[in-house]
Design a binder for this molecule. Structure first.
Ligand code: TMP
Length: 211
């Protein structure tokens, strides 16, 4: 049996995570390997309820600490209920966002003190870490244009000023620079085929490492 591992797809809003994740799922399944797709905020029944609260555009009054703790609460449940059992069963877990997003959005963009971020994140993670974070990097102006062209409207975080999304993007790039062994940055402004080709190289290397 292959050893399970977890890869997170993260990055700028509108960078094409969903498309990439769906293609990666097909690619892994074609190899006969078990794959579990999940997301944050969300991933469990409780997590999806928390997601609705976090992203609700009608509650702009949510304070920063509430937001941080809601992400933490959802993450604790996600790891315990879904991620750890899947990994123990030898499955490949693919998550649409995870802990790196808290550093990017709540610390680098929101400006919450790093100590507070670490306290909540460490409590939720309890020593757990994903194996790899793939950052789909895109200029937030381009990302927002893509989100708006889908006609879905903006959620509470996408509705922040552009400067917030620029800081979040830089937060991902900073984390990637500081922890090159846990991060791969992929240029999401390339063609879909080129992005997928870069992503598959990362996935192949992970499969090889855990086989
Ligand atoms: P998305 O799933 O549509 O990308 O939306 C999730 C939003 O939540 C996105 O704007 C990033 C944000 N987010 C945080 O601010 N902190 C976190 O820890 C996570 C997981 C997501």
């Amino acid at each position: 049996m292959n050893k399970g591992f977890m890869v997170v797809f993260d990055g700028s809003n509108g960078a094409g995570k969903t498309t990439v994740i769906n293609e990666v799922e097909k690619y892994i399944a074609q190899k006969g390997l078990d794959v579990v797709l999940t997301r944050e905020p969300g991933g469990t029944n409780i997590g999806e309820k928390i997601r609705n609260i976090i992203l609700d555009p009608t509650t702009p009054e949510m304070c920063d600490t509430t937001e941080l703790m809601l992400f933490g609460a959802g993450r604790a449940q996600h790891i315990q209920e879904k991620i750890k059992p899947a990994l123990q069963a030898g499955k490949i877990v693919i998550s649409d966002r995870f802990d790196a997003a808290t550093f990017s959005f709540q610390h680098y963009a929101r400006g919450i003190d790093l100590t507070n971020i670490m306290q909540i994140n460490d409590l939720a993670l309890a020593g757990f870490k994903p194996d790899m974070n793939v950052i789909l990097d895109l200029d937030p102006v381009e990302g927002l244009n893509r989100v708006m062209s889908r006609g879905e409207g903006l959620d509470r975080l996408e509705d922040e000023k552009l400067d917030f999304l620029v800081k979040a993007r830089n937060g991902y790039l900073t984390q990637a620079k500081e922890q090159p062994e846990r991060f791969e940055v992929i240029d999401a402004s390339q063609s879909k085929a080129a992005v997928l080709s870069d992503v598959i190289k990362v996935i192949d290397a992970l499969i090889l490492k855990h086989s």
